[in-house]
Design a protein around this ligand. Structure first.
Ligand SMILES: O=C(O)CCC(=O)C(=O)O
Ligand SMILES: [Fe+2]
Length: 517
């Protein structure tokens, strides 16, 4: 099990740390008592010594004093030493920790790697400034405490190992910055050696200017380091010749992940780059109260906002109450597992960094609230949801996201002709998200904001039943907050009465998007 991909998982880890700190506090308290006791013993001896130091001979001429000196050395000191040697507190507490740990959750290397990638993803998608992130600031708001130099260095090292040099450099720079600003740390023995080590990294990455700056800094701090002077000359030479020969080219390798045009377009939508753009078709869009001719909706019509007419996308507000959402989450929580993505090459469902979240599939009879949700979707869409797929509940954790994709199956072998493909997606937002975490439609330049209790509904297929490639969409990384959604998919074939397919093929409009990538 991994923890970083869901907020529920992270809560487990938080509990772990709570228990560990409680036990550690016990240990510290016991140690403090122990130390206090030793200190008071020592204080008594110190007092004795200061009395003696005025007139040692006189002091020792007092038989009581000499007796006590002997007694101290003969019996007290061995006792002091014994307490150190036995230090039962230590072994006891190590044992306690062992027992505690057996029942607690601990993150693994997967969590470490995944959470680093999540941070980098946030940094990339939202163009965050490393210095701000490191000081605990997200989009101009300060959340909690900042990162230590070790945190920044660990991220840098990890990215370096991935050869993602573009992202490595700012984290290393931040590491240096924190260290240099810390009077205590920058006076430590290994400090300049550590800086030298960073110089080597910079050189390898072709980040010569930073390497040079750092060498100067080291020399300023310690002019005695002859080899640094040599290194500096060597580096300057290298920079010159490199500049003379070919334009200085950094061996920067962009990681696979960020490469595709689709992804770049998606990220730009997540950042809100198009939010102020006016889409011409917006003129035709409405907000309306909608009953779909259901008698019991006359009193409480749905609040529908049209987001796009072709393809058809609407957001319906206040469909679920907070109480209902609470029920859904609590029932789904124990069933949540890492979300999978189908890998064409291995023919298997696998964990993937393009989809970091936890998922549970729920039956509609699991609770009446699930049935009600299905009924809402049916009433709003007018489609037949009798054979809908099980409901999928999703929770996104740290930087959680789902890269751009289609909800319809792109291979006809993945669904039976009796079922048909996924004609629509009905997605309930089960939470607000403080920052980020929108649903982005890659080609429509549309970013939908999660609103707790609302339903986002759209068509994945043309009226002809052909795939509508304009429906490409994804979940933007959650920058702050926790995101929960519930998906209901229904297939094409059940709709032959409610929505018979259009015999005219009209999928040409969307085919261009298929060829784009
Ligand atoms: O979470 C979102 O906003 C989108 C999720 C999604 O596209 C999916 O689960 O298929
Ligand atoms: Fe989707």
């Amino acid at each position: 099990k991994d923890f970083y991909t869901s907020t529920a998982g992270l809560e487990d880890l938080f509990k772990t740390e709570l228990q560990l700190t409680a036990e550690m506090q016990n240990y510290i308290d016991t140690l403090s008592q122990h130390i206090e006791m030793l200190q008071s013993e020592m204080n008594i001896i110190h007092q004795e010594h200061s009395m003696a130091s005025n007139d040692l001979e006189g002091y020792l001429s007092n038989p009581i004093n000499s007796y006590r000196l002997i007694k101290r050395l003969f019996t007290d000191w061995p006792t002091f030493e014994d307490t150190i040697a036995m230090d039962t507190t230590r072994t006891d507490f190590l044992g306690n920790f062992e027992t505690l740990k057996q029942n607690l959750s601990f993150p693994t290397q997967i969590d470490m790697t995944g959470s680093t990638m999540a941070l980098v993803r946030l940094q990339e998608t939202y163009r965050l400034d490393v210095e701000q992130v490191a000081s605990g600031i997200l989009n101009g708001n300060k959340y909690g405490s900042g990162m230590t130099w070790q945190d920044c260095y660990a991220i840098g090292e990890y990215l370096y190992a991935m050869k993602d040099y573009n992202h490595t450099i700012p984290w290393f720079k931040q590491t240096t910055k924190i260290l240099q600003a810390d009077a205590y740390l920058s006076e430590m023995d290994g400090f300049l050696d550590f800086m030298e080590n960073l110089v080597e990294y910079y050189r390898t990455m072709g980040e010569y200017e930073s390497a040079l700056d750092l060498l100067d800094y080291i020399l300023e701090r310690n002019p005695q380091r002859e080899h640094i002077r040599e290194k500096r000359v060597e580096l300057e030479h290298k920079m010159k010749t490199a500049a003379d020969e070919v334009p200085l080219e950094k061996p920067v390798i962009e990681s696979e992940y960020y490469k595709t045009r689709e992804f770049k377009q998606f990220e730009s939508i997540c950042r809100g780059d198009y939010e102020d753009d006016f889409r011409p078709e917006q003129k035709a869009l409405f907000c309306k109260y909608f009953t779909n001719n259901h008698p019991y909706r006359l009193l409480q019509p749905y609040k529908v906002e049209q987001l796009s007419l072709d393809p058809y996308i609407i957001q319906v507000y206040d469909v679920l109450t907070d109480e209902e959402i609470k029920t859904v989450k609590s029932i789904a929580k124990p069933h949540m597992e890492r979300s999978k993505v189908f890998n064409l090459e291995t023919d298997e469902h696998e964990d993937s960094e393009t989809r970091t979240s936890h998922t549970a599939w729920m039956k509609y009879y699991a609770d009446e609230v699930f049935g009600r949700m299905l009924q809402h979707v049916q009433d709003i869409s007018g489609l037949d949801y009798t054979n809908a797929e099980d409901m999928q509940i999703v929770n996104y954790g740290l930087g959680g996201h789902y890269g751009p994709h289609f909800d319809f199956f792109t291979e006809s072998s993945w669904f039976t002709p009796e079922d048909g493909n996924r004609i629509t997606t009905a997605m309930f937002y089960l939470s607000d998200v403080e920052e980020g975490g929108g649903t982005g439609f890659t080609f429509l330049k549309l970013l939908v904001k999660p609103r707790k209790g609302s339903l986002l509904f759209w068509y994945n297929l043309h009226a002809s039943g052909d795939e509508d490639y304009r429906s490409n969409h994804g979940a933007c990384p959650v920058l702050k907050g926790s995101k929960w959604i519930a998906n209901i998919w229904v297939r094409e074939r059940d709709q032959f009465l409610t929505k018979p397919c259009d015999l005219t093929t009209n999928h040409e409009v969307s085919l261009i998007y298929k060829e784009l990538f």
